[in-house]
Design a protein around this ligand. Sequence first.
Ligand SMILES: NC(=O)c1ccc[n+]([C@@H]2O[C@H](COP(=O)([O-])OP(=O)(O)OC[C@H]3O[C@@H](n4cnc5c(N)ncnc54)[C@H](OP(=O)(O)O)[C@@H]3O)[C@@H](O)[C@H]2O)c1
Length: 248
Amino acid sequence: MQAFRRRFVLTNQLLSLKEIIMTQVKSNKAKVAVIGLGNIGNAVASNLIKANRPVIVSDRKIAKAEELSQNLGNLAQPMEIPAAIKEADIIVFAIWFDAIKELLNKYATELQGKIIVDPSNPIAPDDKGGFKKIVGENESAGEILSSLLPKNAKLAKTLGTLGVASLAGAAFQKPEPAVLFYATDDTSINTDIEQLIRDNGFEPVRVGGIDQSIRIEVFGDLHEFGALGKTVTVQEAKEKLAEVSIEG
Ligand SMILES: NC(=O)c1ccc[n+]([C@@H]2O[C@H](COP(=O)([O-])OP(=O)(O)OC[C@H]3O[C@@H](n4cnc5c(N)ncnc54)[C@H](OP(=O)(O)O)[C@@H]3O)[C@@H](O)[C@H]2O)c1
């Protein structure tokens, strides 16, 4: 009886693995790993699963990744950080700015040639109950991280241009999807990043190179917690971008 049960469990596990592989092969999309499973990591992984896209989930505590995978189902595969980086093509660092800097250095070899997604806002609590920038007034996390990239790695700044409530709540919005802005210097990754944003339930709008990161980080003119102040549709985003280029 026990041997039968073991065979039954093993067969089910193999079937699940097959489903994951088949979904990945059929979709022919880049493999995504989300590292850091707090507010943003949870929202991104959950959005991707809603779009039926497999995702590797990882955190410094593997138990957190395993628990999330149990909640999200077979398409969310838990892994330790080194394995997640090795396996994925796109690594979403859903962790704080200083921790991203640390991991870029620690996993410099494993990250070579990968697409790195930075959703971070370089902020910390001030002593008045709000937040303050922890980099220079005219600096951005995106630009600083781009100077620390491992060899041949490509950076996109995105997934952090909204607060987590909107990243989860405005995903797959109908009839008009909400926008997630992105910035990258490497236009060869535009298609992968735009697909990643669509699979999160948003429409992508590129604001330019990494030197535009400051605009889509907190306090920026295109951030929900900056001058924009809300989620926008593609039409509204384009109007906003046009306004700025006319003023400039
Ligand atoms: N929250 C928002 O509304 C929002 C909006 C836009 C952008 N962002 C940006 O998104 C990033 C994540 O924010 P969050 O609100 O999701 O933070 P969070 O809820 O604090 O989650 C961060 C997660 O990263 C893990 N972590 C920390 N250091 C790590 C390391 N060295 N290696 C692996 N995992 C590590 C934490 O694990 P432990 O629990 O063990 O510490 C935690 O699970 C930040 O850069 C933030 O600026 C946040």
